[in-house]
Design a protein around this ligand. Structure first.
Ligand code: MN
Length: 216
């Protein structure tokens, strides 16, 4: 069964004015759509991998045949990353986090404001295309990391609790070259309920066998 592009969980213009309708349309339909299409095309050469979730494929890239490893890393990663990205945003989101994620942020970074500053700073400094993450590591602690291209924390044995896309395709139409402005505005659409859900999933340790965070 082929991997499928999950529908955007809200209207294309629902995140205005933080993220404009044209950016959301191109980003979801064209960019994420291409990752799914290219992942399926690569997997056609190895039908024995057809039943694996995208997460499982990128969790152990060395187990992926060499002739499609780069394609799976880039496009499988792109599929998993964006599937998360749409869900951790929502219209009228933002505000201060609550619940377990608020507690771990305070414990790790001192305050939500300090966390935001460090997260935005890391995202601004990521050279070229990539992502900035709050990732969970074994032992239950969390850390801010960045990855280039569509590399996922999953490939490093980390759990992607939340991440922001700092590819130019995520912000250039509205913010042009002003990536820090996009990073600062993005918090207005963050969906803390979904991020709490992901944090609980990470803490419960089910991640290794969870069937699929990304839709098939
Ligand atoms: Mn993107």
């Amino acid at each position: 069964m082929a991997h499928e592009l999950p529908p955007l969980p809200y209207a294309y213009d629902a995140l205005e004015s933080t993220i404009d309708k044209q950016t959301m349309t191109l980003h979801h339909d064209m960019h994420h759509g291409a990752y799914v299409k290219n992942l399926n095309a690569a997997l056609e050469k190895h039908p024995n991998l057809a039943d694996k979730s995208a997460e499982d494929l990128i969790r152990d890239l060395n187990a992926v045949p060499e002739d499609i490893r780069a394609a799976v890393r880039n496009n499988g990663g792109g599929h998993v990353n964006h599937t998360m990205f749409w869900k951790i945003m929502k219209p009228k989101g933002g505000g201060d986090p609550a619940g377990p994620i608020a507690d771990v942020i305070k414990k790790t970074f001192g305050s939500f404001n300090d966390f935001k500053t460090k997260f935005n700073d890391a995202g601004a400094k990521q050279f070229g295309s990539g992502w900035v993450w709050l990732a969970g590591k074994s032992g239950g602690e969390v850390q801010i990391i960045t990855t280039p291209n569509q590399d996922s924390p999953i490939s490093q044995g980390l759990y992607p609790i939340m991440g922001n896309d700092v590819w130019e395709h995520a912000y250039y139409l509205k913010y042009n070259n002003r990536r820090p402005e996009y990073l600062a505005a993005w918090w207005n659409v963050v969906n803390w309920d979904e991020i709490n859900h992901r944090f609980e999933t990470f803490k419960s340790g089910k991640t290794a066998h969870e069937p699929a965070l990304a839709h098939r």
